[in-house]
Design a protein around this ligand. Structure first.
Ligand code: SF4
Length: 290
C-alpha cells in the first residue's frame, strides 16, 4: 500500500488500479477523488491500520526480526492521523504481527519470497502508464504469485475469499507481475482478521489467473483509461470545479449514496460548506480509501 502520489496522475496518463476501480464503479467518484483530489480530513481507521500492518509485514519479509516488524508497524500507526478503536490500535497491531510471525514459519516463508514492495510502472498498449506497488511476489510449489495483504474486520472464511475472485486490482497486480517477469500464475490473498485477540485470525487463498482473464483485464484497463482521457480532454480550458456534471453519478453502484465518502459532495457540490467540514482538496492520493 503506497502513500506516494506519483503512482496515479490521470492528467499525465498514469493510472493505478484503485483509481480505475473508482472510475468503473462511479465516474463521479473518480472525478471527485482523482481529478479534484477530494479526501477525508481524518484517515479512516481501517486504512491507517492496513498501512501500518503492511509496513510491519514488509519488515518481517525483509531483513528484520519480529520485534523490528512490530516496532515498524506501531511506529507507522503512530505517525498517522486516525482515531483509535478497540480493535484498531497499537496493542492489537503488535499482537497481529507477533501472531502472524508465529502462524507462518518465517524462515521457510521468507525463502519463497522473490521481492517485497515492488513498485512498477508499465507502458500499456494505449500509450498510458499502469502503475502500482505489489506487497510481495513469491514462488510457491513452482507457481509464481503476487501476494496481497488484507486486514479485515471479518474472519477470513471461504465465503469471504470469494469476494476476491476476478478482482480487478489483484488481476492487475498479476498482469503487472507477468509483464515484469514474463510469467505469473495468479495471486494470493493473505488475510488477517483485526481483533482484540489476534490468535488464529489468519487464512490464505490462491487464485489462478487464466489467459482469458489477462486479456479481459487489459481490455477493461484500455476501455477505462481511454474514457478517462476523453473526459479530461473535455475539461481543457475550464475550471475543474465546474465540471462535475461531465462525470455522471452512478446511482446503482452506490445504492443511492450508501457508504460512499463522497455523498455530501454529490448532494451539495464539492465546494459546499458541508464538504469543507469533513474533507480537504488537493493532490489526489489514497487517503480516501474506504
Ligand atoms: S455518492 Fe454515489 S454517486 Fe456520489 S460519488 Fe459516491 S458512488 Fe458516486
Amino acid at each position: 500500500m503506497s502513500e506516494e502520489r506519483w503512482l496515479c496522475k490521470w492528467s499525465e496518463g498514469i493510472y493505478d488500479s484503485t483509481s480505475i476501480k473508482d472510475f468503473l464503479c462511479c465516474k463521479r467518484r473518480g472525478y471527485l477523488r482523482w481529478v479534484l483530489g477530494l479526501q477525508p480530513i481524518n484517515m479512516p481507521a481501517a486504512l491507517a491500520y492496513g498501512i501500518a500492518a503492511h509496513e510491519g509485514l514488509d519488515v518481517l519479509y525483509g531483513e528484520g526480526t519480529t520485534e523490528d516488524a512490530i516496532r515498524a508497524a506501531v511506529g507507522k500507526l503512530g505517525s498517522l492521523e486516525f482515531t483509535e478503536t478497540t480493535k484498531r490500535n497499537a496493542y492489537t497491531l503488535a499482537e497481529l504481527i507477533e501472531s502472524y510471525s508465529v502462524k507462518y514459519d518465517m524462515p521457510v516463508e521468507k525463502n519463497k519470497t522473490e521481492q517485497t514492495e515492488v513498485q512498477f510502472a508499465i507502458a500499456m498498449p494505449n500509450g498510458t502508464i499502469y502503475s502500482g506497488r505489489l506487497d510481495r511476489t513469491l514462488i510457491d510449489n513452482g507457481a509464481r504469485l503476487v501476494c496481497d495483504y488484507k486486514t479485515s474486520a471479518y474472519k477470513p472464511s471461504s465465503k469471504w475469499f470469494t469476494t476476491f475472485d476476478n478482482d480487478f486490482q489483484l488481476l492487475g497486480y498479476s498482469y503487472a507481475n507477468r509483464s515484469i517477469t514474463g510469467d505469473c500464475t495468479g495471486y494470493m490473498v493473505d488475510a488477517m482478521r483485526v481483533d482484540a485477540n489476534a490468535a488464529d485470525c489468519f487464512a490464505r487463498e490462491q487464485f489462478p489467473v487464466t489467459n482469458l482473464q489477462y486479456e479481459e483485464w487489459e481490455n477493461t484497463y484500455i476501455y477505462a483509461t481511454n474514457a478517462i482521457r476523453s473526459l479530461i480532454q473535455k475539461m481543457q480550458g475550464k475550471n475543474p470545479l465546474g465540471c462535475i456534471m461531465d462525470w455522471p453519478c452512478e446511482h446503482t453502484a452506490c445504492k443511492d449514496w450508501g457508504g460512499c465518502v463522497y455523498k455530501d459532495a454529490c448532494i451539495y457540490g464539492p465546494t459546499s460548506n458541508a464538504v469543507k467540514i469533513t474533507m480537504t482538496m488537493g493532490a489526489p492520493d489514497r487517503k480516501a480509501d474506504d
